[in-house]
Design a binder for this molecule. Structure first.
Ligand code: SER
Length: 465
């Protein structure tokens, strides 16, 4: 099934089950200064999870556009993207585990048609120190659902990922973890700010049996192993707690917060572990292949990074962000510059954004018509940034060529990056291309300069305060 169909079928099914479908919130949270971006489906719902009445009632659903820059360095593998869509449904003090788990099961196995044999789950092992019990109720529901589908439903209690990798799960369908099955913004029960809602969750994974376990991740594979055999495709958070000074208190209502990764579900549905093959990303890759004359097989990482970053930058522009040197604008600038840096690897040295943005607008026009509506404007914003960065790069290259005789160390590379905004990875590559010697220890020299500059600015801040 295509991602667009999965999104539509999900929202239709949610409507049938009494949910009101709400529009996506912009990537920039309105009343939440604690975070730069909408990074999960629940974020716009926080006040309601804490107890306020939602105008649409106690059952709502959506497909939320999200941006997570924490994962930026992982973009390039087959499953990480900074921009993604999360299918979400919420029970705001309405139904709980008994309704949620069968509901997500029906969606995945009947509506999308995923093979139940390839679905694995995890549940919360409990936190006795905080008086939070093991989630045996979810495990019982899963056991019933798997058994009815004719699938074995063994359990394993592994707690940490390290322990899981060490002892293995013996292929258990239902694995109990500790920290991994606690969900809150920021991810950690210990460091959650007072007042923040959270709770145990039950996660869903899709197995790719053709991927062999990579022992680099530990002796044994298990649901949360990062080797690529399992892909997390969603989670149901049972949001019933709120952090207090000393531990946890129950929230006024028990909520459900389901989040399903649309791209990953779509990849599972077409039998690939590569999310870039789905119809929300593949047309961008095809366009990059056409423009560069290179193939995805040869330039996988560069094409993945460019496709992800330009899509993210496009949605940021649609949602009102402009490239700048601070906050959201800085992240947008970073996405654009990284895309250009990788474009060099494809030999795309001219302005190419205007050729890609119409493709992105085409991909999203049915569900997010605002992308097409603003396409000309987005193109203007992004092209301006592309042109100015390419000018910076040209200046940097000229400067770099001045070191032809002497060669460069990390010290000169630092000056280039600091004064011209010339990214160090680019300057080393350029130096190599131009036959300029780069000192072997350039990275250490560069880092030392960076650390010294940081120390200087800290002293300056202290002196000023
Ligand atoms: N359940 C969500 C998540 O996994 C939050 O909405 O991010």
């Amino acid at each position: 099934m295509k991602a667009d169909d999965i999104r539509r079928v999900y929202l239709e099914y949610m409507t049938e089950t009494g949910h009101v479908v709400i529009p996506r919130a912009p990537l920039i949270p309105h009343d939440d200064p604690s975070t730069l971006f909408t990074g999960s489906g629940m974020q716009p719902l926080v006040p309601y999870l804490l107890g306020a009445d939602h105008p649409a009632g106690t059952r709502v659903a959506d497909s939320q556009t999200c941006l997570r820059v924490q994962d930026i360095d992982e973009v390039g593998d087959n499953r990480h993207t900074t921009f993604f869509e999360m299918l979400g449904n919420w029970s705001l003090g309405d139904y709980f585990k008994q309704e949620q788990l069968p509901q997500v099961w029906t969606f995945l196995t009947e509506k999308v048609g995923l093979d139940p044999n390839r679905i694995y789950v995890s549940c919360f092992v409990g936190d006795p120190a905080h008086g939070i019990p093991k989630d045996t109720e979810s495990a019982e529901i899963w056991t019933r659902l798997f058994t009815e589908a004719g699938v074995s439903a063994d359990q394993a209690e592994v707690d940490t990922e390290e322990h899981a990798a060490e002892v293995g799960t013996n292929g258990a369908r239902i694995a109990f973890y500790g920290k991994k099955n606690w969900w809150c913004r920021g991810g950690d029960a210990e460091s959650m700010p007072v007042g923040e809602p959270g709770g145990p969750d039950s996660e869903l994974f899709y197995l790719y049996p053709e991927v062999e376990h990579d022992p680099a991740w530990g002796a044994n594979c298990h649901q949360n192993c990062d080797c690529g055999r399992f892909l997390e495709i969603g989670n149901s958070v049972f949001m019933e707690y709120q952090r207090t000074e000393t531990g946890f208190a129950p929230l006024p209502r028990k909520n459900v917060d389901y989040g399903g990764g649309l791209a990953r579900i779509a990849a599972a549905s077409i039998g690939t572990a590569d999310v870039f093959k789905i119809n929300l990303l593949w047309p961008i890759i095809e366009k990059l292949q056409d423009l560069s004359g290179k193939t995805y097989e040869d330039q996988t990482v560069a094409m993945r990074v460019i496709a992800d970053h330009l899509r993210g930058a496009t949605f940021l522009a649609v949602d009102g962000v402009r490239p700048s040197n601070k906050a959201q604008g800085y992240v947008m600038r970073r996405l654009i510059r990284r895309a250009i840096r990788y474009a060099f690897e494809l030999g795309l040295e001219e302005n190419f954004f205007p050729q890609i943005i119409p493709t992105i607008a085409g991909i999203y026009e049915a569900h997010y018509p605002e992308v097409r509506e603003h396409a000309a404007f987005v193109e203007a914003v992004l092209s301006k940034e592309e042109q100015s960065f390419r000018r910076t790069l040209r200046k940097g290259i000229k400067q770099l060529k001045g070191y032809r005789k002497t060669g460069v160390t990390g010290v000169e590379l630092f000056v280039l990056s600091d004064t011209f905004g010339f990214p160090v990875e680019l300057s080393t590559e350029e130096a190599q291309r131009a036959g300029i010697a780069v000192s072997e220890s350039w990275r250490e020299e560069f880092d030392a300069q960076m650390a010294a500059q940081r120390a200087r600015s800290q002293q300056a801040t202290k002196a000023a305060s």
